[in-house]
Design a binder for this molecule. Structure first.
Ligand SMILES: Nc1ncnc2c1ncn2[C@@H]1O[C@H](COP(=O)(O)OP(=O)(O)OP(=O)(O)O)[C@@H](O)[C@H]1O
Length: 256
């Protein structure tokens, strides 16, 4: 059974059909790339899957459970979380605080428990601290744990965004352009961290425009165009597909 199934999902905005009945599946244990020309509906699909925007019609099934129309926080407790193209962390908080903020959304963490500071709450806080430190170490952010997020480099901000997603103990992370705006060597480094995350059993679905990054990183590639699933396969297969080339025609990013 696929980890994620999208069945006939449509979404319109003021008469614009952003999604026209998307059908796709994401398998566990690998990095799946989601590509397509500008306006293909990739970000809207991410929003519909993760509850940021409800689909107009269709179904989203995650890990065997129908999550269509659920709110993002409820979806994340099931192990499905997304990152945003523009990092959404709190710049004035430290890296550690940013990580803890996300861990606090875990199931079982009630405001009352936190306020009462019971023994259980203190133990939970220690556990979250340990998790934040372990995730920072995984992402090579230990040196900057107590620095303000605003002081991080562009690449480190991207890693922090991934770290915040990891704090929710996800099964699947949807990454919206995790390497956008970072230089080639940092892109490779982020790629290495993503590979390590997958080796630990977390699955990834990522939107990326840089085709060399997709080619290097993704085990499988799904192509969208005009709000629909166009085709899928290995990078070599989709790159050789005439329909894909046609969908990208005149779009210089394909060549980059
Ligand atoms: N909130 C919104 N209001 C109105 N139109 C929207 C909204 N969100 C998306 N759209 C429209 O839906 C279509 C699909 O946009 P979307 O951003 O999902 O595509 P994309 O494949 O992610 O594009 P890009 O690669 O440029 O980010 C576009 O025509 C876009 O203008």
């Amino acid at each position: 059974m696929p980890l994620l199934e999208v069945r006939g999902v449509t979404r319109s905005f003021y008469g614009v059909h952003a999604l026209n009945g998307v059908e796709l599946s994401v398998e566990a244990g690998r990095i799946t790339g989601l590509i397509g020309p500008n306006g293909a509906g990739k970000t809207t699909l991410f929003n519909c899957i993760t509850g940021v925007v409800p689909p107009s019609t269709g179904r989203v099934v995650f890990d065997g459970e129908d999550i269509t129309g659920w709110r993002p926080d409820r979806i994340s407790t099931r192990g499905l979380v997304r990152t945003f193209q523009i990092a959404r962390g709190c710049p004035r908080l430290t890296v550690r605080e940013n990580l803890l903020l996300y861990g606090a959304h875990q199931p079982g963490e009630g405001v009352l428990t936190a306020l009462l500071r019971t023994r259980a709450a203190l133990a939970r806080e220690e556990e979250l601290q340990a998790r934040a430190e372990a995730i920072a170490a995984r992402l090579r952010l230990t040196q900057v744990l107590d620095n303000k997020a605003s002081a991080l480099s562009g690449g480190q901000k991207k890693l922090l965004e991934i770290g915040r997603a990891l704090m929710t103990a996800p099964k699947l992370i949807l990454l919206d352009e995790p390497c956008a705006g970072v230089n080639p060597s940092l892109t490779r480094e982020i790629g290495e961290r993503l590979r390590e995350i997958v080796a630990e059993g977390i699955s990834l679905l990522l939107i990326e425009h840089q085709m060399d990054t997709i080619a290097r990183l993704c085990d499988h590639v799904i192509v969208m165009a005009e709000g629909r699933h166009l085709t899928e396969g290995t990078f070599a297969e989709v790159a050789a597909n005439a329909t894909v080339q046609e969908a990208y025609m005149g779009r210089p990013r394909w060549a980059s």
